[in-house]
Structure formats: C-alpha cells, structure tokens
Design a binder for this molecule. Sequence first.
Ligand code: 6PG
Length: 248
Amino acid sequence: MTEHERGELIILPDPSVLAAEAAQRFIALAQAAVADHGRFTVALSGGSTPRALYERLAQSPLSESVDWATVHVFWGDERMVPPDDIESNYRIARETLLAHVPIPAANIYPVPTIGGTAEAAARAYEETLIAAFGSELPRFDLILLGLGPDGHTAALFPGQPEAVRPSAALAAAVHNAPKPPPVRITCTYRLINAAANVLFLVAGTDKALALREVLRGSVDVARLPAQGVRPEQGALVWLVDTAAAKEL
Ligand code: 6PG
C-alpha cells in the first residue's frame, strides 16, 4: 500500500489545535455537501478523542457556520448499551453537541441498542442506512474515526471476523471486543470505504506505536484493522497530534 493510499497525514501541536482543525474541516465539508446535494451526512466516532471537536461545533460562532437542518447524523460504531448509559457513543454526542444545535430529531439516527441482540441491531441499522440514503451502498459525506492502541478503529478489532474476512454487510455485530464494553455494533469496511471523506482523529502518546505501524508498517489488516480503511473514491485524512506522531 503506497504512502498515498494510506492517506494525508497532518500533524498538529496538541489536542486543542487538532479539535480546531477538525472543526474547520467538518464545517467546510458540511457547507460543500449542502451546496452540492442539499444535505450533509456524517457518521460520528465514539471514544474520548472527538469530544473536543463536538464541544467546539456546539459553541458559537462555529455552531452558526453549519445549517443543522441539513445535517444527518449516524454513528460509525456503538456500544450495545442503552442510549442514556455512560458508555453510549450516542449519549456523548448528544451531551456535547446534538443537544446544543438546532438539528431536527428526525435527522439523528442512533443505533438501536435496546430490546434485542447485537445482530438484530446491526441488521436494523443497515436497513436504516439504506432507507436514509435510498441506496444499497450509502456514500457518507464524512466518516469520523479514531484509532485504538491496538490498531483498531470503529469496532473493527484485531483478529475479529470483520477484520479477518470483511463481509458485504454495512453494519455488523461485535462480540468479545477487547475494549469494554464487549458487545458493539460497527460499520464495516464496505460502508466506510464508500465514503467521500474519512477523517481520523488521533491524539496521545499511547497511540504512537499503533500509528507508526498503521501508516508505515507492512499491511496486515487482520492485525491492524485501521489499515483496512481505504476509501475507494474518497479522501482519507489523518489529523494527529505530535504526541501520537512521535514514532513516525
Ligand atoms: C469506541 C470507538 C473506538 C475509538 C478508539 C479510540 O466506541 O470506542 O469508536 O474505535 O475511536 O478506541 O478511542 P479514544 O478516542 O478514546 O482513544
């Protein structure tokens, strides 16, 4: 995999500057998408790194730079917990962003994590995606992703089925995730790699070794699932801070 195929790498001094850069890119992509096709579809990432981005987008003046009535929000992965659970990616996004901007409730598509199995939730989410996009292979305007110290992204974990033998599904159930909670729903490579833009946000020294392996090491998607992110007709950008880049 060439350097180019691994995406554009942008190193920023610290997490705060990283969040500011990510916010500018979110806004620019939202404005361009709305100008081009009337709406902006984005899949949010979970974990702690995107929090600062969400908080920035929720604050004036940045919050006024987005026409939230045209924004449609999904999740790249979710933990199989109730939406008001502290571990819920939906809850983080609601508390840090969605509750503070005028986005219609109908434009928010949480993963249905209660009242069924993870497999049923994945199938239901797939149907939601297909219906919301009117396409069997939805093309997101933007997908936000993070990177785990083990090279995982979304809920695509090393050695797990979706990383070893990627399926044709758009969403998949995950069991025994090495990062708690163990049961999750993840978007698959098929969906991620159909996106127009994929933006990784990576901060902190604990990510440095994984980042070097993913960007500079030999290709082994089963061992380093983040390497499987290669938008077919889209842009791949890594926003990382100097701490995460220290091994590059
Ligand atoms: C999740 C995520 C996961 C996350 C990475 C990085 O729900 O946990 O989607 O893939 O992005 O584990 O997490 P941090 O940003 O907390 O380091």
